[in-house]
Design a protein around this ligand. Structure first.
Ligand SMILES: [Zn+2]
Length: 297
């Protein structure tokens, strides 16, 4: 059982691996629905303007704030990144650490969810670059030992484990949480966590502590990361509320803040890994895994 749990934790560590940048899926909104050449004046119905998402009046986020740091496969941690860590003290048996600046919010969220009747269990929090590098290297070694060439092993590993410095967890601002009783009956993290009262509570209240669901189900084509109902990222209370209210992900948030158009998603956009245009083999691979709940963990 212990070994089984270790395996589960390792799997959990492998999951929330990386990510890539916003693909501006709205940019794929077709303007090429060709009209008959001779009927320009007759069929003068104007093409509907694609609806863009805007920030609330008067809201202007500071993208240089540490709270809003974007980390994914195209936005790496700076080489001089430093972090001061604190141990999570609520449900301290997990022995997890986060950026000291968010420790009060983490403890408060865990305590309040426990009071609600759903004590949370942290399966992953801060990961050092060396730890992530170790995971990466170990996987390469295993694949080479199994007969792959070095190049093949590297390519295969990148599909499953984020390169160190590209994981949201390297920031110390993300935690993976489930409930102990749910975890007891699941060997890995999977989407069924979304059916729990704890997930419902987090969906309603996480923003009050400054957290967002980092990899939503309907944003997989943008985050390029499988839906992870257990992964919460700190961005600050005000920013979290805007992100929740607008129904956007962090990549979209950055685009809006930088003045780029972000379009309301179509149903097609919401499908996992649609409209990728072959941008990233890593994303494609992670997308294929999402079809299998077991391996998606
Ligand atoms: Zn995670």
């Amino acid at each position: 059982m212990f070994l089984r749990k270790i395996t589960a934790v390792l799997l959990a560590v492998l999951i929330c691996a990386g990510g890539t940048s916003c693909s501006q899926i709205g940019g794929f909104f077709s303007e090429s629905s060709s009209e008959p050449e001779s009927s320009v004046e007759e069929s003068s119905e104007p093409e509907p303007e694609p609806e863009t998402i805007q920030f609330p009046e008067g809201y202007s986020p500071d993208l240089t704030s540490w709270e809003l740091t974007l980390v994914n496969s195209t936005h790496k941690l700076p080489d001089d990144f430093e972090i001061e860590l604190s141990d999570v003290t609520v449900d301290a048996n997990t022995g997890m650490r986060v950026d000291s600046r968010i420790i009060e919010q983490v403890n408060a969220m865990l305590a309040d969810c426990r009071s609600y009747g759903c004590p949370l269990y942290i399966t992953s929090s801060y990961r050092s670059l060396s730890f992530q590098q170790g995971l990466f290297n170990y996987n390469v070694e295993q694949l080479v030992a199994a007969g792959m060439t070095e190049t093949e092993a590297l390519e295969e590993t990148r599909r499953n484990i984020a390169t160190p410095g590209t994981s949201d967890h390297n920031l110390g601002l993300a935690i993976d949480v489930v409930t102990g009783d749910w975890y007891m009956y699941h060997d890995d993290l999977n989407e069924s966590f979304e059916e729990t009262p704890a997930f419902a509570w987090l969906s309603e209240h996480a923003w009050e502590y400054g957290f967002i669901l980092r990899y939503p189900k309907d944003k997989q084509s943008i985050t390029k990361i499988n839906y992870e109902p257990w992964h919460y990222r700190y961005v600050g209370v005000e920013n979290a509320k805007v992100i929740k209210d607008l129904g956007i992900c962090l990549e979209e948030f950055w685009d809006i803040a930088e003045g780029k158009p972000v379009y309301v998603q179509t149903e097609e956009d919401k499908k996992p890994f649609s409209n990728l245009g072959g941008e990233s083999s890593q994303a494609e691979s992670e997308g294929s895994e999402s079809a299998e709940p077991e391996s998606a963990a």
